[in-house]
Design a protein around this ligand. Sequence first.
Ligand code: NAP
Length: 279
Amino acid sequence: MRMTAFGARGSMVAAIGQGTWRLDDASRSGAMDALRKGLDAGMTHVDTAEMYGEAEPLVADAIEGRRDEVFLVSKVLPQNAGKTRAIAACERSLKRLRTDRLDCYLLHWRGSVPLAETIEAFETLVADGKILSWGVSNFDVRDLEEAVAIAGAGRIACNQVLYHLEERAIEHAVLPWCEDRGVALVAYSPFGSGDFPDASSESGAVLEAVAKEAGATARQVALAFLTRRPSVLTIPKASRVAHALDNAGAGDLELSAEQLVRIDAAFPLGPKPRYLPMI
Ligand code: NAP
């Protein structure tokens, strides 16, 4: 499994991790099994959030007895991101996750609470050892600039944003901004949240052809393409063991420069949208 530096001062984290949004929609025990087998296969970066309902307790069960193996990330909802409310929200997440600390805690998206309040709460949580680092999610460059102006350089560990083959908007400005400042970029919904290019489409056929050459699957090729730059990690969600193991396999896949060019051409970047896309 390829390891990636998580922010300027961060530890090395598995480039391919595991998302947990709607993880137990089909079966709780199946989801637990997928998470555990995913951990066994090296996908030790686990992403959850207070918003994901039963996901935090599910993660607690799945990582029971192996907390130290996991790079555990959770998120505070914008409406809970006030100076004292964010601390209370984090403590609730710690309780649901049955742990004493998070490796990283994120603001899920910008809301109406002043960013300075949230950052003050995050820094208090760091000082108290309840979180080891903090980051943001769905932040465009303007939000990132504002956060750095408040927090100072080197404090934002990551920006978690929408990034998949058919949605590459972050490559215009957010990704270069993060790379220049040592902020890890975490790609969420790397399979388009289940809307993955069909093998019978023109672009899907390119993926299939590259996969065949590389002795890999189309989804492994997609994950390898998304994490082709050393600042990018990704967190696919898999509620089936076979899917989790497939995704973990991308952690050892390296595409050639020529294969990257073909994928780039099949899934063009497109123009810069006015607003950063999110789901
Ligand atoms: P995703 O990872 O893009 O796609 C998940 C879908 O792909 C599921 O239907 C899953 O099926 C399927 N899948 C996974 N691996 C597969 C494989 N190897 N072969 C075939 N199908 C496979 O969707 P996502 O859940 O939207 O995004 C991933 C994570 O990002 C979330 O779980 C969450 O942690 C995070 N996220 C963050 C934000 C944010 O605002 N910060 C927003 C959205 C998501 P099965 O479940 O049946 O295995």
